[in-house]
Design a protein around this ligand. Structure first.
Ligand SMILES: [Zn+2]
Length: 292
C-alpha cells in the first residue's frame, strides 16, 4: 500500500527523534523559515522582501563605514530602503510561535544543547531559551564596530546618531550583521565551538545559502555529525542530510517535542554527555555577557 503523506511525516519525525535521542550534543541552527511563522517576511522566495522591493546593495557595511553619520541620519528620518522599513515594522509586531516555544522546551528537556540562529528578531530570547548564539546579531542591541561592546537598545528609538563608543571612540551600529560585514569574532568562535562539539545538527527553516553561517552545516557534516533537516522545501543541504522532515518549523518542532518527551518518559533519562558540562555553560555565559 502506498505511504500517505501523514504516514511519511510520522516516519520522518520518528527517525529524527531516534537520532536526537542517541546524540549526546544536539545543536539546532535556525534560519528565516523559523521566523516566517511569526509574520517576519523572508528576503528571498516568491513573496520575499527583495523579490518585491528589489535586492539591496551587497556592500552595506562598506557604505556604513564610509559615512556612519549619514547612515544614521537616513535611519532616523526613515529614509531607508523600503524593504528595511517593512522588515522593521514586522519585527516590532512579531511574537514567538509554537516552534520557538517547542525548541526552548527541547532545551529544557536536555534534548537540544545549543541553538545557533541566523535570525535577528530576538524571538528565541522571549521563550526562555538560554544557550543561544545569534550569529547575525540582534536588532534590539547596538554594537561598537571597534571593540565589539554591545548595549541593549531597550525602548530607546534613536532620534540622532548614537555617541561614539565610550570605551574606544569608534562608531556604533546596530548589532545586526550588515552585508559585507564580518561576523564578530567572538560570535563566530562560539558558533564554531558548538558545531565542532555537535554529534547531531537540526537545520530548521534554513535555505543553507547564507555564508559563512551555512558553511557551519557542512563542517558539522564533515566532522561526522548527523544532520536533520526541517524544511517544507528542498534545500542545498538536503542531499547531505540523514533525516529530512518536510514540514514547517512550528508543526515539526511541536511534534518532535512530544515524541522526545515520550521517549524520555520510556527511557527515563538521556545518555550522559558533555551537553550540560561546564564548557557549555561558560560559552553561554560569555555570549550573554557580551550581548547584555
Ligand atoms: Zn568600542
Amino acid at each position: 500500500m502506498p505511504q500517505t503523506e501523514p504516514d511519511l511525516f510520522r516516519e520522518q519525525l520518528a527517525r529524527a527523534a531516534a537520532l536526537m535521542r542517541k546524540s549526546r550534543h544536539v545543536v539546532a541552527m535556525t534560519g528565516a523559515g523559523m521566523s516566517v511563522e511569526s509574520g517576519i517576511p523572508t528576503f528571498r522566495g516568491a513573496d520575499g522582501l527583495w523579490t518585491r522591493h528589489g535586492p539591496p546593495p551587497m556592500d552595506g557595511f562598506k557604505r556604513f563605514r564610509e559615512d556612519p553619520a549619514g547612515w544614521w541620519q537616513r535611519r532616523v528620518n526613515r529614509q531607508m530602503d523600503a524593504h528595511m522599513i517593512e522588515l522593521r515594522d514586522a519585527l516590532v509586531r512579531a511574537e514567538p510561535h509554537a516552534g520557538h516555544h517547542a525548541l526552548a522546551a527541547l532545551e529544557r528537556a536536555g534534548a537540544v544543547q545549543h541553538v545557533i540562529t541566523q535570525n535577528i528578531d530576538g524571538l528565541d530570547l522571549k521563550t526562555g531559551l538560554t544557550n543561544l548564539i545569534e550569529i547575525h546579531g540582534n536588532r534590539s542591541r547596538l554594537r561598537c564596530v571597534g571593540c565589539g561592546q554591545r548595549t541593549s537598545l531597550g525602548d530607546f528609538v534613536p532620534t540622532e546618531p548614537p555617541e561614539p563608543c565610550a570605551a574606544c571612540g569608534d562608531v556604533i551600529k546596530f548589532d545586526t550583521v550588515m552585508f559585507g560585514e564580518p561576523i564578530p569574532a567572538d560570535t563566530m568562535a562560539a558558533a564554531r565551538e558548538q558545531i565542532d562539539r555537535a554529534t547531531c545538527v537540526l537545520a530548521i527553516g534554513t535555505s543553507a545559502s547564507v555564508r559563512p553561517a551555512s558553511g557551519l552545516l557542512w563542517i558539522a557534516r564533515s566532522n561526522g555529525a548527523a544532520i536533520i533537516e526541517i524544511n517544507p522545501a528542498e534545500t542545498k543541504l538536503t542531499s547531505i542530510c540523514d533525516v529530512v522532515v518536510r514540514a514547517r518549523a512550528g508543526e515539526a518542532l511541536s511534534e518532535l517535542l512530544e515524541l522526545v518527551a515520550q521517549e524520555k518518559s520510556v527511557t527515563g533519562h538521556r545518555p550522559p554527555g558533555p551537553g550540560s558540562d561546564v564548557r557549555s555553560g561558560a560559552c553561554a555565559g560569555t555570549m550573554n555577557t557580551n550581548q547584555s
